[in-house]
Design a protein around this ligand. Sequence first.
Ligand code: NAP
Length: 257
Amino acid sequence: MRYAIVQKLDENSKKVAGKVIDQLSQNNWIHDDEHPELVICIGGDGTILYGVHQYIKNINDLMFLGIHTGTLGFLTDYTQDELDTCLHHLLTRSPKINKAPLLKIEVDQWEDPVYALNEMRIENVIKSQNMNVYIDGEFFEKCRGSGICLSTQAGSTAYNRSLKGAVIDSGLSVMQLAEITPIQHSKHRSLGNPYIMMENRHVRMVSDDFSTAMLCYDHFATALNDAKEVKVQFSDKYVHFARYREYSYLKRLKNLY
Ligand code: NAP
């Protein structure tokens, strides 16, 4: 098996990575960061995001596995305390594949789309942002506030959760729209609650002034400047998580509280 390592830059994660490389090399696995079949991310859920974007071009041909060097996350399946178990599973088991779809985000002023595993956000921390939201071409609501967040199932436990969005059970493929600190008064009202949509929805956000807003997607942030329209839908790109053992989603959730 050809594998790549993506690691967080702290000393502990480096040490764990060293041990993984030693063990896998001794078992004739090939460390190949250019053309891997499996990308092993060592650090946290954030490290998985880095790995995904590092290999975004041929993401559909790869599998991902996460080893957490802190407490267990949502995208990582083992902690560093379970490293020996993890290596044993890697060397003796065939994984089941769980697919997580990526959002495709298109900005009218940009040549190429960008992709997100967790979420995309339009955020304005400088002034209140007005935008009209259309779903499948139909006007949905006018948002006024610090922005909006559109998250996936995988991202429902990330930024979305801080916005009091719903945590979505694993296995459901939906998109969730949540407003970020919305302004609500007698002359302006939007839904106010997070809205969970079918996976085949097309969402379009339009404003005649995004000049001080940022487009954030996973760990990236870029100024929208003169853009007037941002379109989001699920793409044909997926992260293929290699599951070498069952790990209850409820257990992951219960780690949060
Ligand atoms: P980061 O440091 O890589 O991540 C920030 C935190 O979000 C870390 O604790 C990370 O867990 C956790 N996280 C990432 N993906 C998650 C997921 N799917 N479910 C549960 N927790 C998750 O931060 P970044 O580089 O700025 O942004 C990466 C992601 O962090 C974004 O996609 C966003 O969702 C999230 N974030 C959340 C907030 C918030 O909740 N207020 C603020 C900023 C960013 P690990 O420690 O395991 O890496």
